[in-house]
Design a binder for this molecule. Structure first.
Ligand SMILES: Cc1cc2nc3c(=O)[nH]c(=O)nc-3n(C[C@H](O)[C@H](O)[C@H](O)COP(=O)(O)O)c2cc1C
Length: 330
């Protein structure tokens, strides 16, 4: 029997398959189904900075209204929002944590340093095993440089690091000029792992109605190429854990991620498309591949095809593009 166990963010996982933040965590039944299918862990859908800001805004407005209408406003007039926004989220995280045995990770989605960081502390108190910080940002201001945006990312991360002792992973977008530099700066700030990559929902334009619309389009396996490249480049260059996300649709995809140097993979689309029990098929496929290739444990082949260890390191760089064009006459 092959050993699929791995370590991610200092947490021992029985295998590298983690369910990424998504609607799968919206119901205890589906979380349990993931555990029963063999998932090694699960990330709960994100708590968004905007949700927290909205609640803060609501509380302030309400307090101001009540202060105006009553001669003496005291703390007792503040509404107790037990089931609204972030509080409801915290309760949900706690409930999910208690419902299953597998490691559970919470997710905070934030782009500006701010008061919301207190929720990193509150999420810690729910008993989760780690915290994922999703830095989901679409830069539109011509006056803001990439360096400036990276500075915000580091401030967010420093604030979260100071607020919790939990292991932290940062879920990054692929749109940084120097991903390797950003990841090593995150490592210097005490981040334990990175999730590569966050998948942006791209808005589209309907030519008939001349309108902009957004819809949930699930990933395809081809989307795994970008994170695969960056995991392969990062492996051996940084010390933190690498979790590949986007486009992992099969057990073979997970094996490819491990060959590139990933410690774990996350996925959602394949489970929404094929059903949560499909995760067990992925695990069987991984075991079969390892048996066929005479590997007993993941470390026997993890990072074997990373840029540092593969036969053709230029395959991960521009040179390969040139070679392909010249060879195939494209
Ligand atoms: C329905 C749905 C909800 C999602 N919600 C979140 C979320 O709350 N936070 C987050 O960081 N990512 C969220 N994601 C993104 C996934 O975690 C994942 O990064 C993305 O789907 C790429 O992985 P995949 O190719 O395996 O689907 C969501 C994705 C889907 C499809």
């Amino acid at each position: 029997m092959v050993d699929l166990s791995t370590t991610y963010l200092g947490v021992k996982l029985k295998n590298p398959l983690v369910v990424s933040a998504s609607s799968i965590s919206n119901h205890i039944d589906t979380v349990k189904a993931a555990e029963n299918a063999g998932a090694a862990g699960l990330v709960i859908r994100s708590l968004f900075e905007e949700q927290i800001a909205l609640e803060g805004h609501y509380l302030l407005e309400r307090a101001e209204r009540e202060a105006e209408s009553l001669v003496e406003a005291s703390n007792s007039y503040f509404p107790s929002v037990k089931h609204g926004g972030p509080r409801e989220h915290l309760m949900w995280v706690e409930k999910t944590r208690q419902a299953v045995k597998m490691p559970i990770f919470a997710s905070l989605n934030a782009v500006t340093p701010g008061a919301w960081v207190d929720y990193a502390r509150q999420l810690t108190d729910t008993g989760v095993n780690g915290l994922e910080v999703n830095f989901y940002f679409v830069a539109t201001d011509p006056a803001r440089s990439g360096a400036d945006i990276e500075k915000s990312l580091y401030e967010v991360v420093e604030n979260v690091r100071a607020a919790t002792k939990l292991p932290i992973a940062v879920k990054l977008s692929p749109y940084f000029t120097s991903i390797v530099n950003v990841v090593s700066e995150l490592e210097k700030r005490g981040v334990n792992g990175v999730v590569l990559f966050n998948r942006f929902l791209q808005p589209d334009i309907d030519a008939d109605t001349e309108s902009v619309y957004s819809e949930m389009v699930l990933s395809t396996p081809a989307e795994m190429r970008a994170p695969l490249r960056w995991v392969a480049i990062l492996h051996g260059r940084v010390g933190l854990d690498l979790c590949l996300n986007s486009g992992v649709h099969s057990g073979t995809d997970a094996i490819r991620a491990l060959l590139a140097g990933a410690n774990a993979v996350q996925m959602t689309a394949t489970l929404l498309k094929n059903g949560i029990p499909y995760l067990s098929t992925m695990l069987i496929n991984m075991q079969d591949w390892m048996t066929e290739h005479n590997y007993e444990k993941l470390s026997d082949f993890q990072g074997k095809l990373s840029q540092k260890h593969c036969d053709d390191p230029f395959a991960f760089e521009r040179a390969q593009y040139v070679k392909l064009i010249l060879r195939q006459g494209l």
